[in-house]
Design a protein around this ligand. Structure first.
Ligand SMILES: C[S@@+](CC[C@H](N)C(=O)[O-])C[C@H]1O[C@@H](n2cnc3c(N)ncnc32)[C@H](O)[C@@H]1O
Length: 505
C-alpha cells in the first residue's frame, strides 16, 4: 500500500464490479464517488448499468481527467465540499455513494506534514464528530464515510465503500452517537492482501440510510464479498448505546455490562527495554552479559503478555528497573540514595534522554510511565492485551518481590491472595467468557482493552458459587498462593447475595 498523503491505491476493476453486484445497482441510480481516483467504481457502474448518472470528485487533476471517461468528474477536495449542495444532479433515481476513500490516519498525515486533513472547525459542536476528532488519531476514511452520511442525512441512500473493518466499527459507533438515520448495515470481508497487498482486515461496508425509518445500528458480517448469498456469520453494533462484537450473544449476558468496581490498570511503559529490562540468569544481567549490581529496592521481577498468556507467570525470566515509585516523581535524589542505579542510568543516558514519546518530555530524568502504588501490590489478576483469548492469571510475588507487568498487560491489584484467586476464577468463568466474547473484536491489534475490562461488572455477572469456589482454589494452587477457604466462601456468598439483591429490583 503506498504510504502517501492521498492514501492513493486504485481499486482493481474486478473488485469494484463485484462490490456493485453485491449491493445491486438499479439502472436509474445516481452514483456518486467522492474520492474517485481514476474512477474504478464509476467505470464499473458504467459497465454494469450504462443508464446510471455518475458523478465523481477527486483531488488529483490527472486522475480526475482519467475518471471523466466514465462520469462528470470535478477536481476538488472532499473536506471542503458539501455533498448535499455542491453536487448537481440531472436525474432523480436512487442515490448510491460508492468508492474507496484513502486508508490513512491523521497521525500518518501529520508525520508526513500533509495538509490533506479536514479543517478542525468542521467538527465544532457536531455530535459524534467531535468525539472522533477529539482523539489524537483518527482514520481519514472513517471521517469521509461519516461526512458522506452526515452531508446527505436528509436523503435516502445506500453507501458502499471499501474500508478497514475497524473503520466500519468506528463509523457505526459514531453514527449512533450522532443519530444518523441508518436503517441497516452490513460488512462483506475482502482479501486486502490479494487486492491491495495490505495486511489489514478490510471489507465492503454497506449502509442503507433512510430518514423515514427507525435507526438500527447493528451490522451483519458476511465472510466473503465474493459469496454474498452465504448466511451472515455474526452481527456487531451498538446496543444500549455501546458497541458490542456479537449482538445476539451480548443480549444473553447484557446485565453484566456496567462499570467494574475494581480499577483495571495497564502495566509499566518505559520505551527502553535494553536499559530497563535485564535478563534473569537468575541475577539481573544486562544485554552485554554483565551482572548488574544496583540497589535492590529498584529491581523487580517482570512479566510480559506472552508469559501471562502461556501460563509462565511463576517463572523468573526478566527483571525490570523502576527508578520512581510513581509517575512524575523526582529522580535527581537517586544520585545520593541509590548511587549504583544512578551511575547505571547515567551511563545509558543517551538512549534514555533520546526517548521519543511525549510522555517523557519535561519529566524528571529517566522517568518511566504507568505505575503507582498498585504496581507494588503483592497479588495481581492479569491478562494479555494482545492475544486472541482472554485468560486471567493470578500473579503472586516472585522471590518475595511484587511482580511488575509490562504495558502489553492489564491487571487488577490485590493485597489479599484469596480475594485475587476468587476474582480470577470469576473472570475465567463461562459466564465472563461469554460476556467478553460478545464485546471483543479479536481481529483488532489489541483486542483486550482497559475500556472493555472496565465494562465487566462482577457484581452483576451470573455466578455459580460451587464452580467459583472450586476454580479459585485451583487458581491459588497453580499460582502458589496460600488459600483461605473460609474467606473465599465468604467472598463468594457476598457475591451471590449482591446478585440476589439485584434480582429483587
Ligand atoms: C484509495 S484511493 C481510491 C481511488 C478510487 N476510489 C478507487 O477505488 O480506485 C483514494 C483516492 O482519494 C483521493 N483523495 C485523497 N484525498 C482527497 C481529498 N481530500 N479530496 C478528494 N479526493 C481525495 C486520492 O487522490 C485517491 O485517488
Amino acid at each position: 500500500m503506498p504510504n502517501n498523503e492521498f492514501g492513493d491505491f486504485q481499486t482493481p476493476l474486478a473488485l469494484a464490479e463485484q462490490c456493485l453486484r453485491v449491493v445491486g445497482l438499479p439502472d436509474d441510480a445516481r452514483v456518486l464517488e467522492p474520492t474517485c481516483g481514476v474512477g474504478s467504481f464509476l467505470h464499473a457502474s458504467a459497465v454494469l448499468q450504462p443508464g446510471t448518472e455518475r458523478v465523481g470528485l477527486e483531488i488529483q487533476p490527472e486522475y480526475a481527467e482519467q475518471a471523466s471517461k466514465w462520469a462528470r468528474v470535478s477536481v476538488g477536495n472532499i473536506f471542503l465540499s458539501d455533498l448535499a449542495t455542491d453536487v448537481e444532479w440531472q436525474t432523480n433515481g436512487p442515490l448510491r455513494v460508492v468508492g474507496n476513500p484513502p486508508w490513512v490516519t491523521s497521525a500518518e498525515l501529520n508525520r508526513m506534514d500533509s495538509k490533506n486533513l479536514p479543517p478542525k472547525e468542521n467538527f465544532k459542536g457536531a455530535k459524534g464528530f467531535d468525539a472522533l476528532l477529539g482523539g489524537s488519531n483518527f482514520d481519514v476514511c472513517e471521517y469521509i464515510i461519516l461526512k458522506c452520511l452526515g452531508d446527505l442525512r436528509k436523503e435516502a441512500l445506500q453507501l458502499a465503500m471499501l474500508c478497514k473493518t475497524q473503520v466500519a466499527r468506528n463509523v457505526i459507533e459514531h453514527a449512533a452517537a450522532a443519530k444518523l438515520p441508518i436503517a441497516s448495515a452490513s460488512v462483506y470481508r475482502i482479501d486486502a492482501k490479494r487486492w491491495f497487498d495490505a495486511a489489514v482486515d478490510a471489507c465492503l461496508f454497506v449502509v442503507t440510510a433512510d430518514p423515514s425509518n427507525t435507526p438500527d445500528y447493528t451490522v451483519n458480517v458476511f465472510e466473503d464479498v465474493f459469496a454474498p448469498d452465504a448466511e451472515p456469520t455474526s452481527r456487531f453494533g451498538v446496543v444500549d448505546g455501546r458497541l458490542v462484537s456479537d449482538v445476539d450473544g451480548y443480549l444473553a449476558v447484557r446485565e453484566a455490562d456496567g462499570v467494574s468496581s475494581l480499577v483495571w490498570r495497564s502495566g509499566l511503559k518505559h520505551d527502553a527495554s535494553k536499559v530497563f529490562e535485564l535478563d534473569a540468569t537468575p541475577a539481573p544481567t544486562t544485554a552485554q552479559g554483565v551482572v548488574l549490581d544496583v540497589e535492590s529496592e529498584y529491581v523487580f521481577p517482570l512479566l510480559k503478555c506472552t508469559d501471562i498468556f502461556r501460563g509462565k507467570h511463576r517463572a523468573l525470566r526478566k527483571w525490570v528497573l523502576v527508578p520512581q515509585k510513581t509517575f512524575g516523581a523526582d529522580t535527581s535524589h537517586l544520585a545520593m540514595v541509590a548511587p549504583k542505579l544512578w551511575d547505571y542510568l547515567s551511563a545509558n543516558a543517551e538512549a534514555l534522554d533520546g526517548r521519543k514519546s511525549s510522555i517523557y518530555r519535561n519529566r524528571p530524568r529517566f522517568s518511566v510511565f504507568g505505575h503507582g502504588d498498585y504496581t507494588y501490590a503483592p497479588f495481581k489478576v492479569a491478562v494479555s492485551g494482545l492475544h486472541k483469548e482472554a485468560i486471567f492469571r493470578l500473579v503472586a510475588p516472585i522471590q518475595d518481590q511484587p511482580v511488575v507487568l509490562d504495558d502489553t498487560c492489564y491487571f487488577l491489584p490485590f493485597e489479599d491472595g484469596t480475594e485475587a484467586a476468587v476474582v480470577a476464577a470469576q473472570l475465567n468463568s463461562a459466564e465472563a467468557r461469554l460476556f467478553i466474547e460478545s464485546l471483543v473484536f479479536w481481529d483488532s491489534k489489541r483486542p483486550i482493552t482497559k475500556k472493555l475490562l472496565a465494562r465487566i461488572d462482577l457484581s452483576k455477572l451470573p455466578t455459580d458459587p460451587d464452580a467459583i469456589l472450586r476454580d479459585s482454589q485451583a487458581t491459588a494452587v497453580e499460582a502458589g498462593v496460600e488459600f483461605d477457604v473460609e474467606r473465599a466462601l465468604a467472598l463468594v456468598q457476598d457475591r451471590v447475595a449482591e446478585q440476589e439483591a439485584l434480582m429483587l429490583f
